[in-house]
Every structure is written in structure tokens, then in C-alpha cells.
Write a protein that binds this ligand. Structure first.
Ligand code: ARG
Length: 264
């Protein structure tokens, strides 16, 4: 009898701890999405070539192409929910959406709160300046004002490095902060920098320059709420297949972006 009481007490404590840490969260299972017939994806479509908004309201890009194939293989429809980047991970953590896709970098901090698939590519943070800037490398950023997008790894990296950080909800506003002279540099993921700078320089030839110094190396992956383990392992199998058979590289090429495979 005594032992049973002891056991019940230990069980209760374990359950309480689980609730406190969020370990007891159910997550999304493969069955759940197949029953619903759709995969609900949270995204911030201001991040070409990974996801961007078309004038007709549709979202296109590398991650959308990838997710369309994944959904086809899972036998479900792809449903896209648009939001600011800094709402994507909290929404996933709270279990509001099935999958987060936003060129999300895997970091140890984020891994405490959400589950990630294996990465499907590698990216880096780039420094963008105006053509007349005295800043030519990372070391020149010391004591300078930089613009970043709110909630991104660029933001945490620049804060940790002691730069004066100006954060913006929208990527385009972080870019405007640079072009309007409010900040000395704009820090953003390399492929998005290449895409947005190319578009800007079409109208303003040579105006913006991407420095060759990369600040970080960051793997991109899809995010899920805790407890979604079986869905994550199912999607991992598909992603591994698509990386191995060259489909991911082909998707990057179709979106005019160079591909760096993850170190698996
Ligand atoms: N890779 C960076 C991060 O995970 C930036 C992602 C921004 N994504 C976006 N869709 N705006 O923090």
C-alpha cells in the first residue's frame, strides 16, 4: 500500500512537471492531418526565394514547391496561413498550426521550444550596405547601426555582437531603413539578400552591395509543435529522399537560387 502511494505521488509529480515544461503537449500526428485532409502551414511570405507574395495573393517559392511535393506524398492539401515572421514560431509552439515554413534557421534556443525536421539546406547571414559605404567587412560594423527583421537570427546575432539594432516586422522595411540612410547596414539571410538587392538594383543600378563576409552558417528546416514526433519523422524521410535524388537542388535552380546541401 505504502509503495502504491509513493508510486502515485511520483507519477503526479512527473505529470505536473510535464505540464509545466509543455512535455505533455499532444502535437500533430500524421493521422491528424490525414483526417483533416490538409497540412496547415504558418509562413511569413516576405522572404524570396523561399516564400513571397504574388500580386494575386498567392504565395510562391522554394519552400512552397517543397511543401507541395511533401503534401502530395502525404495525401493532404497544403493550406497556407500568412503572418509576420515573429508570430510563426510562437504559433507553432502553441500548436496553432501544423508546420512552420519561413526559411527558419535551426538554433539550440529554438530547439527548446519546437521540433525541427532535418535541415534541407544551408544558408548564412549577409551584410548589405549602400555602394558609397565605408563598411567593407564584418569588423567595420562595430559601433554601427544595423537593420534586421524582428525575431530573426540576424536580430539575435547583431544584438549579441553589440551593434545598434533597429528591428522591423517586415523585411522590406529593414531594407528601406538602409536605403533611406537610417542605418549603416542591413543584416539578412544571404539568398534573400541576393534576391531583394537584385530587385532593388534593377531600378537603382549599383545602389546596394552585398559584402563577401558571411556572418554565420545556418541550416534551414521546418518547425513543429512538441509531440509531433511521428509527423516529423515521416516528413524527414521525404526530405531525405528529395535531397538525395536531387529534387531539392532542382527546386532551388527553378527559383534561380544556388543550393548548398545540409551536412547530414
Ligand atoms: N533564417 C532567419 C531565421 O530563422 C530568418 C528567417 C526570416 N523568414 C521570413 N520568412 N521572413 O531567423
Amino acid at each position: 500500500m505504502k509503495n502504491i502511494k509513493k508510486f502515485a505521488l511520483i507519477l503526479a509529480v512527473i505529470m505536473m512537471l510535464g505540464m509545466l515544461t509543455g512535455c505533455g503537449q499532444k502535437g500533430t500526428s500524421l493521422k491528424d492531418i490525414q483526417k483533416a485532409g490538409e497540412l496547415v502551414v504558418a509562413t511569413s511570405p516576405d522572404f524570396p526565394p523561399f516564400e513571397s507574395l504574388q500580386s494575386d495573393g498567392s504565395v510562391v517559392g522554394i519552400e512552397i514547391d517543397l511543401l507541395n511535393i511533401i503534401c502530395e506524398k502525404l495525401g493532404v492539401a497544403l493550406k497556407i496561413e500568412q503572418m509576420n515572421f515573429d508570430s510563426v514560431l510562437p504559433g507553432i509552439q502553441a500548436g496553432k498550426f501544423d508546420l512552420g515554413a519561413s526559411g527558419i534557421s535551426v538554433t539550440p534556443e529554438r530547439e527548446k521550444n519546437v521540433l525541427f525536421t532535418d535541415p534541407y539546406c544551408l544558408a548564412a547571414q549577409a551584410i548589405v550596405v549602400t555602394a558609397d559605404s565605408p563598411i567593407t567587412c564584418k569588423a567595420d560594423l562595430e559601433g554601427k547601426a544595423v537593420s534586421v527583421q524582428t525575431g530573426t537570427t540576424a536580430e539575435s546575432f547583431c544584438m549579441a555582437n553589440g551593434y545598434t539594432v533597429n528591428s522591423f516586422e517586415a523585411n522590406s522595411d529593414a531594407q528601406t531603413a538602409l536605403t533611406s540612410g537610417k542605418v549603416d547596414a542591413w543584416v539578412i539571410d544571404d539568398l534573400t539578400a541576393a534576391d531583394m538587392v537584385a530587385v532593388y538594383n534593377e531600378e537603382n543600378p549599383g545602389a546596394l552591395v552585398i559584402l563577401p563576409d558571411a556572418m554565420t552558417t545556418e541550416p534551414y528546416a521546418f518547425a513543429f509543435s512538441q509531440g509531433s514526433d511521428d509527423l516529423v519523422s515521416e516528413i524527414n524521410k521525404i526530405v531525405a529522399e528529395l535531397v538525395a535524388d536531387g529534387t531539392v537542388a532542382e527546386i532551388f535552380a527553378n527559383n534561380n537560387a544556388p543550393y548548398t546541401a545540409p551536412e547530414l
